[in-house]
Design a protein around this ligand. Structure first.
Ligand code: GLU
Length: 305
């Protein structure tokens, strides 16, 4: 059930930014939607800094994101930093290897390119190293999870019932990259489990990733949170607003106006009079009126509409 949902015991949601740049309108939407959904359940809202990809990180981005959250009136306990949990991720990777659910891979990108099929989310790994990696050319530094030819299903709270054949549609996916860094898919399920997250609220661009995450949860016997994927915000060029598309940094001096715009974008129809309301009044209005059901089935929305 979405909409004016009753309080659920122990509801825990989270916002998990990667410090690859400052907070922009698209990531503000993710923060606002997950925050209001947690508030509607009288639950907890946690912030998790996904800082496990140093080559993509921008120095100072974590502090800048947290400053923006504070300026917009978000309240949260001390954030969790993924960079402090590398040993945990390594031991989960070893567990999957020991159980035969994962294997080491020595393929280079180039080799995969040459033989792979292209799926919706990129190349589908052809399974070359499934029965043992060929280490005569290079060491097997990456680790892949073995997928199966079975249909995985889940019901998204906004997008309805979804299914995917992991082996055919995505292929054996990486949990440790060739450069030794832990992949997002593994770190995220480790933390959703450790923090006992009950509902994941995030952008629809992570829908495909959800199947990989559910598969890992099943292999590791973890709980499966509920999922709500809301549309992504696009610019006037219809491209998703992201750090990669140079989405502008949110202006902390215009926090109330940003929140108003975010609520409008989320189809919550804030009254015009709220345009000049204080941050506190806007949050109060949003908490009382939050109704994500109006976004059911929508995939993207342009900014400023
Ligand atoms: N770190 C991801 C991002 O910034 C979000 C991950 C998640 O919510 O699971 O896009």
């Amino acid at each position: 059930m979405v909409g004016n949902t009753p309080a659920t015991e122990n509801y825990k949601g989270r916002f998990a930014p990667s410090p690859t740049g400052p907070l922009h309108f698209g990531s503000l939407i993710a923060a606002v939607a997950s925050y209001l959904q947690a508030a509607a359940h009288q639950g907890e809202w946690l912030v998790r800094v996904e800082d496990i990809d140093p080559p993509r990180e921008i120095s100072g981005a974590t502090e800048s994101i947290l400053r923006s959250l504070d300026a917009h009136g978000f309240e949260y306990p001390q954030p969790l930093y993924q960079s402090n949990r590398l040993d945990t991720y390594a031991s989960i990777t070893n567990q999957l290897l020991a159980n035969g659910n994962a294997y080491c891979c020595s393929c280079s990108r180039k080799e995969i390119h040459a033989t792979a099929l292209h799926g919706q989310t990129g190349m589908i790994y052809p399974g070359t190293c499934r029965n043992g990696a060929n280490t005569s050319l290079r060491p097997a530094t990456s680790v892949r999870v073995q997928t199966t030819n079975k249909l995985l299903k889940f019901t998204d709270l906004l997008q309805g019932e979804l299914h995917c054949n992991l082996e055919k549609d995505i292929g054996d996916f990486l949990i440790r990259r060739g450069d030794g860094l832990i992949a997002y898919q593994l770190a995220v399920i480790a933390d959703d489990e450790a923090q006992q997250i009950t509902e994941v609220v995030r952008g629809i661009d992570l829908l495909e990733a959800t199947f990989m995450q559910i598969w890992l949860q099943q292999l590791l016997n973890y709980h499966q949170p509920a999922y709500m994927h809301f549309p992504v915000a696009t610019g006037t060029n219809n491209q998703k607003l992201s750090k990669q598309t140079n989405a502008p940094e949110i202006d902390n001096n215009r926090a109330a106006s940003n929140l108003f715009q975010a609520l409008k974008w989320l189809h919550q129809k804030p009254e015009k009079s709220l345009k000049t309301a204080s941050l506190k009044d806007l949050w109060a209005w949003a908490g009382e009126n939050w109704n994500p059901a109006v976004l059911q089935g929508t995939h993207s929305r342009q900014m400023g509409v």
